[in-house]
Design a protein around this ligand. Structure first.
Ligand code: GLU
Length: 504
């Protein structure tokens, strides 16, 4: 078995691994897929190794057109870049299993020749009858061995004659098999408890068991990191690998994802509910919901990796610290509050120019004209307040509007009448008009003095000005915002507020 690098090993001493992400294109790309890609990617990057994308599309009934592209787009958005794959090629291709039929065929028959597999001609109807009978007798349903001891020459003749067949693994009846999972240790199973599983189906395509073992071998995979739903198949996989006489890769089975309550897996209906809340378990929804790849990766990487929970990690930091031994087998409950936390934390860490470039499209989508100078000044004022990128709209879209239209009632100060508010707005206007420039340093002291003179609290006066200038009741810091908007527009807006208040 391969030795496995750990985080205490200096990077220069690590042996380059070959890892893979092997999704089936059977639906949308969810968090679980992203995590199944991320860990092997990190392991490969940490050791200077190779990360492969392999598309496992042999289950034609579950095939969903477009799913492969969604996976590739999702990986690219997250920054999980593969070194070999169906879209970029590589030395071990093809990387799409339906394009490797001949390889599986040859390997299935090789196992037949070695005496570890046999062709089976049983019809689905017969197998169904056997199953019914076994269930009636309270036995575990399994293959009854009807074709196990057919004469090999006779079997080949029937295959040549065009009879429909599958190839099954010839499971030993006695003995045990040990299978080691890096996170859970070794488990020994009685062979008598195992079935003669199908390796090659009657449509000529392999089952996962054969295809994945053959490909992991031919592609030189040293570390298999995959979902825990494959744990029960480990004994069969060990048998297949050993029957061929191949080296075993290291296996690590990841924990399952549970819904936020921690009770069971997330259903389709619950996923739809989450979307109404601005959350999603699907990677390709995340961008539209204003999440950043950095935030999503940080969230995902900690769901099943035993580093301190509050860790803020960039992809580079994850790579430097990643240790496959610290993966945990305990289930992870999806916690969207944590996603929000990490997204906001990463947004706060972005350089001004970077964040500006990321939020600009949201303004453009609203048909706003965005000049970059203004945008660069706005970013520092809103950075701390953004949980998702699209939060830039409620806080800052008004900066890019020629005019704002406050609701008249928002212009009325707290516990004040419209007439009193009009008077306060008029006095503020005089102060602002008398300033050479509206900056926080110039505008704040005289306006605070006004608050005191009138015996009011700051919010009453500044609330009126905020509504007048921004058109809304919540905004970035008032004086800094006023400086960006500029004196001319400010005076015009406050004057307009006075008019509205006088008419109320
Ligand atoms: N195609 C399998 C799945 O999507 C892959 C499991 C593996 O990584 O080997 O579940």
């Amino acid at each position: 078995m391969e030795s496995t690098p750990s985080s205490s090993t200096p990077a220069r001493d690590l042996k380059p691994v070959r890892t893979r992400f092997a999704p089936s294109p059977t639906g949308r790309m969810h968090l679980g897929s992203a995590r199944s890609a991320l860990y092997p990617f990190l392991l490969a990057r940490r050791t200077g190794g190779t990360f492969i994308l392999r598309i496992e599309d042999t289950d034609q009934k579950r095939f969903v057109p477009g799913a492969e592209q969604e996976l590739i787009d999702g990986l690219r958005w997250l920054g999980i870049h593969h070194d070999e794959g169906p879209d970029i090629g590589g030395p071990c291709g093809p990387y799409r299993q339906t394009e490797r039929r001949a390889i599986y065929h040859e390997h299935a028959w090789k196992l037949v020749d070695l005496g570890h597999a046999f062709p089976c001609f049983c019809s689905p109807e017969r197998l169904d009858k056997v199953r019914q009978e076994q269930m009636k007798n309270k036995q575990n349903p399994r293959y009854d061995g009807a074709c196990r001891s057919l004469d090999p020459g006779e079997s080949r003749r029937r295959v040549k004659a065009g009879e429909k067949y599958v190839i099954r693994f010839k499971m030993p009846k006695e003995g045990t098999v040990a299978a080691a999972d890096l996170l859970r240790g070794s488990i020994t199973t009685d062979n008598a408890a195992l079935d003669d599983s199908v390796l090659l189906k009657s449509d000529g395509l392999p089952t996962y068991h054969l295809a994945a073992m053959v490909d992991d071998h031919l592609m030189g995979i040293t570390h298999v990191i995959r979902g825990s739903e494959w744990l029960p198949s480990m004994p069969l996989h060990m048998h297949i690998i050993r029957a061929f006489g191949w080296d075993e890769p290291v296996f690590a089975h990841l924990s399952v994802f549970l819904k936020p309550s921690g009770k069971g897996k997330m259903s389709k209906r619950e996923a739809a509910e989450a979307l109404k809340d601005g959350h999603s378990i699907f990677v390709t929804d995340m961008k539209g919901l204003g999440y950043t790849p950095e935030g999503v990766l940080n969230w995902i990487v900690l769901m099943g990796w035993g580093v301190s929970e509050d860790d803020f990690l960039t992809l580079d930091e994850m790579t430097a610290r990643f240790d496959i031994h610290n993966l945990t087998p305990s289930p992870a409950a999806i916690n969207f509050a944590k996603l929000d936390h990490f997204n906001a934390t990463h947004i706060r860490s972005f350089r001004t120019e970077d964040l500006a470039a990321r939020i600009k499209p949201y303004f453009l989508q609203e048909n706003l004209e965005v000049d970059n100078d203004t945008l660069l000044k706005v970013v520092p004022l809103i950075r701390e307040r953004l949980v998702t990128l699209d939060d830039c709209l409620p806080f800052a879209a008004w900066f890019f509007r020629e005019t704002v239209t406050p609701k008249p009632e928002d212009l009325v100060g707290k516990n004040l009448t419209a007439a009193q508010s009009a008077d306060i707005a008029r006095q503020s206007l005089e102060i602002l008009a008398g300033l050479p420039e509206i900056t926080p340093a110039a505008a704040e002291p005289p306006l605070r003095a006004l608050v005191e003179r009138l015996g009011l609290i700051p919010n009453q006066v500044f609330g009126i000005l905020r509504a007048a200038v921004t058109g809304q009741t919540v905004s970035p810091p008032l004086f800094e915002s006023m400086e960006i908007v500029g004196k001319e527009k400010i005076l015009e807006r406050v004057r307009r507020a006075v008019e509205i208040l006088e008419k109320m």
